[in-house]
Design a protein. Structure first.
Ligand SMILES: Nc1nc2c(ncn2[C@@H]2O[C@H](COP(=O)(O)OP(=O)(O)O)[C@@H](O)[C@H]2O)c(=O)[nH]1
Ligand SMILES: [Mg+2]
Length: 366
């Protein structure tokens, strides 16, 4: 009998409910080959979550073991949160391996967005950050044709080697592996996936038809992504299952936009400009005057803005202030785990966001 949970890869144990891999002794006795731990069962059937965070050391340990082997590395990133999910020391972690870097969740962009353009941006970003790769692709876990493309590229690059999927938490590694299992008709139960972070807890091995292994790994904990600090319910709000509809605001200097209770954008000077907000539907966007903004936040952070709540704000730390200028060229302010705001026009912006969340300023991705 196997000794690992098929859903999350945790080594099974019958002693402590609050540790990874727990399963009741009597339930375990009835299992044959593949089984799920209690946490995976609850997560899959009742969407009930037991919070277990794996630490970075655990991630590094898995990676070191894999790096010693001659595996094809498939690094999944979330193309909607590129800056927040790229692994900047990928080359150091895998100095010798071939690397396929996959931009997942492309479905979050509208259909009208040109894949080629985003792909160029993606590759350019990797080059600028000195991250080497054998190939890149842009896909969505939810599109059959994309899973076929992913399989085709992996088979072409892997030769006889094993393949491991790595990435930060929540980029869709396990969802993609489930797509591969389904598409190839492999005899495995699906891995556990969820909007909660740290769903996968150990290595999961899937045998491919040629006898090599496909390995799922726990994600690298992402301390600079908003969802790391949120409740399970709010993590779900930030994991949309289909495209994000942009919301356009035409602002005059002296106006403010709140992006939920996460960020505040003060348009301090310039010409009337467009601010296009790409964040999940459930996040409330509110426009007001700069002169009213502080008072508005104090009064309405819990009823109108709502997310994050008081407990989450505590974890997210203080607001940090940024200053951005834009003119001629379209720019994005990216907010890791939330989305981005495209600035079109001319002006100066003071931007506030919780210090723990990674904020970037870039040429517009679309
Ligand atoms: N919109 C969108 N969501 C995805 C995609 N792939 C995965 N997800 C969602 O992202 C969350 C994390 O997925 P999971 O496979 O558990 O990520 P892992 O931590 O990398 O294994 C889940 O809510 C998935 O449904 C995708 O291609 N598009
Ligand atoms: Mg996973």
């Amino acid at each position: 009998m196997k000794n690992k949970c098929q859903g999350c890869g945790a080594v099974v144990q019958t002693e402590n409910k609050n540790l990874p891999g727990y399963i009741r002794r009597d339930v375990l006795a009835k299992q044959e080959n593949e089984f799920y731990c209690e946490r995976c069962f609850n997560l899959t059937h009742y969407n009930r979550k037991i919070d277990i965070k794996i630490d970075e050391e655990e991630f590094r340990k898995n990676i070191e073991a894999l790096a010693k082997r001659d595996v094809l590395v498939v690094n999944i990133v979330d193309i909607f949160d590129l800056e927040g999910t790229v692994i900047y020391d990928l080359d150091k972690l895998f100095p010798r391996n071939r690397k396929l870097i996959v931009g997942n969740k492309f479905d979050l962009f509208l259909d009208s967005v040109k894949k080629e353009k985003v792909k160029n941006y993606f590759q350019d970003y990797l080059h600028r950050n000195n991250i080497s790769f054998t190939e890149t692709i842009l896909i969505s876990s939810f599109k059959k044709a994309d899973i076929e493309l992913l399989i085709e590229v992996i088979l072409r690059l892997k030769g006889k080697k094993d393949v491991c999927f790595i990435g930060t938490t929540n980029v869709g590694k396990s969802t993609l592996i489930n797509g591969v299992i389904r598409k190839l008709g492999l005899n495995y139960q699906p891995l556990t996936t969820s909007a909660a972070i740290s769903t996968t807890l150990g290595l999961v091995n899937i045998s491919l038809p040629d006898g090599s292994d496909l390995i799922d790994t726990p994600g690298l904990p992402n301390h600079r992504q908003a969802n790391y600090y949120l409740s399970h319910k709010h993590q779900e709000l930030l994991a949309p299952k289909k495209f994000i509809r942009p919301k356009v605001y035409q602002l005059l200097p002296s106006q403010t936009l709140f992006i939920g209770g996460f960020c505040r954008l003060d348009f301090t000077s310039g010409l009337s400009s467009s601010f296009v907000v790409y964040v999940p539907q459930a996040i409330k966007i509110h426009r007001t005057k700069i002169t009213n903004a502080s008072e508005f936040y104090q009064l309405h952070k819990d009823d109108i803005l709502k997310v994050p709540n008081a407990e989450e704000r505590e974890k997210l730390g203080d607001f940090r202030k940024y200053h951005f200028s834009f003119k001629y060229e379209k720019k994005d302010i990216s907010i890791s785990g939330l989305g981005f705001i495209t600035l079109i026009g001319e002006g100066e912006v003071d931007f506030y966001c919780f210090e723990k969340i990674k904020v970037g300023f870039r040429s517009a991705i679309i």
